[in-house]
Design a protein around this ligand. Structure first.
Ligand SMILES: C[S@@+](CC[C@H](N)C(=O)[O-])C[C@H]1O[C@@H](n2cnc3c(N)ncnc32)[C@H](O)[C@@H]1O
Length: 279
């Protein structure tokens, strides 16, 4: 996902659902002054700055907002750095083999909203997140149990014309599992997380009026397609979406415009790294 402009015009669904989950399950005002927080996948930075930061204690020591996409981080930096100098915007792929040593064991809280279902190697990502927490630190995340577009991107990756552009296929072991939630639970506990991996789930039914904008915002290959092919690509992409499981599509008879009901199971997860034992 590398089109911050389009994402920031089409992120109402994500912002609303995250707010609903956090309002229901989290009170970050109880966090202690002076703590350090790392966010994985801040995207365009809008949820972070406009919704999440105002809920935190005034005196947080450090807020690192990271994303694997340089485009997203550049956009967020340009938009928010001057007004919010305390936020460090950094490019970080949390599935890397080389987490910078300066990030290891540094954070009291790692937070992440609408990101984990994009991981292609969830085991690696969760282990890395564990390594960046301090002992006793806590992970808070919201994400779809199974990536709602897994089938759509898998089909596009096999397409005779668009397959070469390499759609990001999310972790297929989870998407194709009969028990995806249990798989996530195992991934967290194998990484070392304790204190019960707490899952609270929400079934979303979300009415999406700008169908094309929403899907274009999530696409990672559009910018790589030559201009002359862009229109044909979008046609094929939206057709694939209509065939996919994520949406039930309706068409306005007069305008031909598509609208859709989006369905997904999304979870709020709260879990901790064990504290160091005092001998
Ligand atoms: C749907 S957006 C969510 C953005 C923001 N958190 C929100 O809720 O609006 C998902 C973001 O996760 C980022 N992302 C995906 N895989 C990642 C990874 N392995 N490491 C860090 N960020 C990742 C994408 O670049 C994208 O900006």
């Amino acid at each position: 996902m590398n089109q911050p402009d389009i994402y920031s015009r089409n992120n109402t669904g994500q912002m609303t659902v995250t707010s609903q989950l956090l309002d229901r399950y989290l009170d970050p005002k109880t966090w202690i002054d002076g703590e350090a927080i790392l966010e994985i996948g801040t995207g365009d930075g809008q949820y972070t700055v406009e919704k999440f930061l105002p809920q935190l204690p005034d005196n947080i020591r450090r807020y690192v907002a990271s994303d694997t996409s340089e485009e997203m981080i550049d956009f967020a930096k340009k938009k928010y750095s001057e007004k919010y100098p305390k936020i460090e915007f950094i490019v970080l792929n949390c599935q890397t083999d080389d987490i910078p040593t300066g990030l290891i064991g540094q954070f009291d809280h790692v937070v992440s909203f609408n990101v984990f279902h994009w991981f292609t190697n969830a085991r690696k990502a969760i282990k890395n997140i564990f390594s960046m927490l301090k002992p006793g630190g806590e992970l808070i995340a919201t994400f779809c149990i199974v990536h709602p577009l897994h089938d759509i991107y898998t089909n596009l990756s096999k397409h005779h014309k668009w397959g070469v552009y390499c759609h990001q296929i999310c972790d297929s072991r989870i998407a194709l599992s009969n028990h995806p939630l249990q798989m996530w639970e195992t991934i967290f506990t194998e990484a070392g997380f304790v204190n019960e991996v707490k899952f609270c789930d929400l079934e979303i039914n979300w009415h999406c009026t700008d169908f094309e904008g929403f899907f274009q915002a999530l696409d990672s290959v559009y910018s790589k397609i030559p201009d002359k092919d862009k229109k044909a690509y979008l046609n094929d992409y939206f057709e694939e979406v209509e065939r996919g499981k994520a949406f039930t599509i309706t068409r306005d008879e007069k305008t031909g415009k598509r609208e859709g009901i989006f369905r997904s199971d999304i979870v709020f997860v709260q879990t901790s790294k064990p504290s160091e034992r005092v001998l």
